[in-house]
Design a protein around this ligand. Structure first.
Ligand SMILES: [Zn+2]
Ligand SMILES: [Zn+2]
Length: 283
């Protein structure tokens, strides 16, 4: 099986429409929002839309598919009302993902908002325990994303992702999404062959490679350790083509979807170009 590449694709007009868009630009995998990502309450998925999704799933060879959770969710929030709202919204995200048979829901672990990292890690794990208890028979995963570490956001050290998994009662429900832009911005220099090897062994040591379920392939507008989260086109940022070459050719990641979240215009030609650049790095 060859490496599967894809992009975050709009689900405007109904989630099933994402398949046609992804197929038109040559995706083997994709990521979607299953609800408006800037609202607390989303419109329920209609049974007819779930049916259309299922038949599109059978028609197109586009898989595995994660969704990305709403940016409003903060499972690390010290504020009780925001924290509870975040839990309820993430449960809704998991329910949608399960209904659509998705790989999982990508989630930024959360911000402790000044309360300290240990507080935040505990708070996030407690929230995830509630989410998982409320969705106990689900097979869709919670995919904690590596972050750039801006502000008080956690997840910028592999140790933090490992710690959240260990604090959770149902740690097997948690996988990791590795974002190349964020990891570089957080200070992990994987651009040389040697650097790549040591960053991946560090990930393995603190999290476990078997828990890595998804990649976001984004180049970074800002340099190593900038702690800034700004994506750019593959090869045009501080990751550079060599940084991606090691990753896309590593046989350990052949089964792991690699998904672009790079800037795009309406005709999606940038996605087409970025996918060609990535496939050109193979071999
Ligand atoms: Zn990402
Ligand atoms: Zn980002």
């Amino acid at each position: 099986m060859s490496q599967r590449f894809g992009a975050h694709v709009s689900a405007a007009g109904g989630v099933s429409k994402a398949f046609v868009r992804a197929n038109s630009i040559g995706c083997d995998t994709m990521q979607i929002f299953t609800r408006n990502n800037n609202r607390w309450v989303g419109k329920p998925l209609e049974p007819a839309e779930i049916e259309r999704w299922r038949s599109a799933q059978a028609e197109f060879d586009i898989r595995p598919i994660p969704s990305h959770a709403s940016y409003l969710i903060n499972l690390g929030s010290p504020k009780p009302d925001l924290w509870q709202k975040s839990i309820d919204t993430f449960v809704d995200e998991l329910e949608r993902a399960e209904a659509l048979g998705l790989l999982g829901v990508v989630l930024h672990p959360g911000s402790h908002m000044g309360q300290g990292e240990d507080f935040g890690l505990e708070r996030i794990a407690t929230a995830l325990d509630e989410c998982h208890a409320r969705t106990s028979d689900f097979s869709t995963l919670t995919l904690l994303e590596t972050t750039a570490g801006a502000g008080h956001h956690l997840g910028y050290r592999f140790e933090q992702l490992g710690a959240i998994r260990h604090l959770c009662a149902e740690s097997e429900r948690i996988g990791i999404c590795f974002d190349t832009c964020h990891v570089l911005a957080a200070g992990y220099d994987f651009r040389s062959a040697e650097g790549f090897g040591s960053v991946i062994s560090e990930f393995d040591e603190h999290v476990g490679l078997e828990h890595l379920k998804c990649f976001h392939l984004n180049d970074s507008k800002h340099d190593l350790s900038s702690r800034k989260d700004r994506h750019t086109h593959i090869g045009e940022g501080f990751v550079g083509l060599d940084g991606f070459r090691h990753l896309v050719n590593d046989p350990r990641f052949r089964e792991i979807p690699m998904i672009l979240e790079t800037p795009k215009s309406k005709d999606l030609h940038e996605d087409v170009e970025n996918l060609a650049v990535l496939r050109g790095l193979l071999g």
